[in-house]
Structures are given as structure tokens and as C-alpha cells.
Design a protein around this ligand. Structure first.
Ligand code: SAM
Length: 207
């Protein structure tokens, strides 16, 4: 990975993903997490202030060293213990049935093989445990979808491999998750191509 990807992209993400609107969404998505939690694509720790008090420890999986460094102040202020426990959500070094919950916020756009990551998260969650998510992806409207496909190559180069048009709910289903309480929305203040979000929780659909 080059200088732009390792040094610039994590800082861009830290700024772009840190707005007031995203903070409200983070609070909503983190609600209900408890016990031992896995967070994939931890970034610069923008979810840390929203971990509920019932969370005992968070195992954070994040490849970007700069993201981890940018998280330092949030980590120092957090009553919840957080440890960097991996670099790649596609290959998790945890035993089956390890976690009480998992968290992914705007991460499935960037992981090269999101299906592999979703299968891994499913493997390491205890039976009945939920993945809490908010992700941007394929918009519900054909006109917006057309622009997403046009802009996708530029977005991928600018934003460290971020895809605009991944069908997040279908990916979850294909990886063996049932989605509960699904909300589909355009995030306020974001361009529709980038702000077509789905949010909810997901539980493993079977053995
Ligand atoms: C758009 S950022 C979102 C960061 C963070 N989740 C947030 O809400 O601010 C996507 C994140 O996914 C991370 N990422 C990329 N490939 C990954 C992988 N294979 N496994 C885990 N995280 C990955 C990136 O480094 C980046 O921090």
C-alpha cells in the first residue's frame, strides 16, 4: 500500500465519518451491545464514545496503523477496554462462539471480500448474538444507482477501495444472516450516492 492509502485515507475517513449526523447514527447502532464485542473496521475509534456501559471489552480489527493512532485520545477517555486484536476482518484469529456481539459501521464498503468477513463474524459470535451495523451501499433508486456505478471507480481510488454500490442486505443474507429492524435511508447532509445507508441488527439464520 502506498503513502496515500496508509497516511491520507485514514485521516480523510476520520474527518468525513466524524460529523454530527454520523455521531447520532453511531449512538443508535451501538445501543444494546454488551459483554465481549468484536468491532471490524475500527478506523480511528469514532464509535468508542458510544460503547454502552454494559460492554466489558472490545476486540478491534483494523489494518490502518494511522487510524489506530488517531484513536488514542478517544481510547484514553473510554471506560471500556479496547484492544487491537487483528488486522483483517476476512480472517479472524478467534475461536468459534467467542463474542456476545459485533459492530460494523461503514466498513463493508471497503473490505475486499465482504462475504468472507461476514462469514467470519458469524463464526465467532455466540449463538443468538447480534451484529449491529450501519453500512452505505446500493441506493434504493435507479437514478442514484446509475451515478453510483459511474462514480465507483473514482471513489475506490480516492477512498482506499471503498465501493459505492454494494448490496449490503443481500450480502448479509448470502453470508447466513437474518436482518432485524432494517432501516433504509439517505443520511442527512450526505450526497445520495454516498449516503444510502442500511442499518439494523443481524443474527445467524441457522447452524
Ligand atoms: C470507511 S472506513 C470506516 C471506519 C469506521 N468503521 C468508522 O465508522 O469510522 C472503513 C474501514 O475499514 C477498514 N478496513 C479495510 N479493509 C479491512 C479489512 N480487511 N478488515 C477490517 N477492516 C478493514 C479501513 O482501514 C477503514 O478503517
Amino acid at each position: 500500500m502506498g503513502w496515500y492509502s496508509t497516511q491520507v485515507v485514514p485521516r480523510l475517513v476520520n474527518t468525513a465519518c466524524g460529523s454530527r449526523v454520523t455521531r447520532a447514527r453511531r449512538q443508535q447502532v451501538c445501543a444494546g451491545l454488551h459483554g465481549r464485542v468484536l468491532e471490524i473496521g475500527f478506523g480511528s475509534g469514532l464509535n468508542v464514545p458510544f460503547y454502552p456501559a454494559d460492554v466489558q471489552v472490545v476486540d478491534a480489527v483494523e489494518p490502518a496503523d494511522v487510524g489506530w493512532r488517531l484513536a488514542a485520545r478517544r481510547l484514553a477517555a473510554s471506560p471500556v477496554a479496547v484492544r487491537r486484536s487483528g488486522l483483517d476482518g476476512q480472517l479472524l484469529h478467534f475461536a468459534d462462539d467467542t463474542f456476545d456481539g459485533a459492530l460494523s459501521t461503514w466498513t463493508l464498503c471497503t473490505i475486499p471480500d465482504p462475504l468472507a468477513a461476514l462469514r467470519e463474524v458469524r463464526r465467532v459470535l455466540r449463538p443468538g448474538a447480534a451484529l449491529h451495523f450501519v453500512e452505505h451501499g446500493l441506493a434504493p433508486d435507479a437514478g442514484v444507482q446509475r451515478w453510483q456505478h459511474r462514480l465507483e471507480p473514482f471513489q475506490q481510488r480516492l477512498a482506499g477501495g471503498c465501493h459505492l454500490s454494494r448490496p449490503i442486505t443481500a450480502l448479509l443474507n448470502d453470508a447466513g444472516w437474518d436482518v432485524l429492524g432494517l432501516q433504509t435511508l439517505y443520511e442527512r447532509g450526505a450526497p445520495k450516492v454516498l449516503g444510502a445507508d442500511v442499518t439494523g441488527t443481524a443474527v445467524a439464520s441457522g447452524p
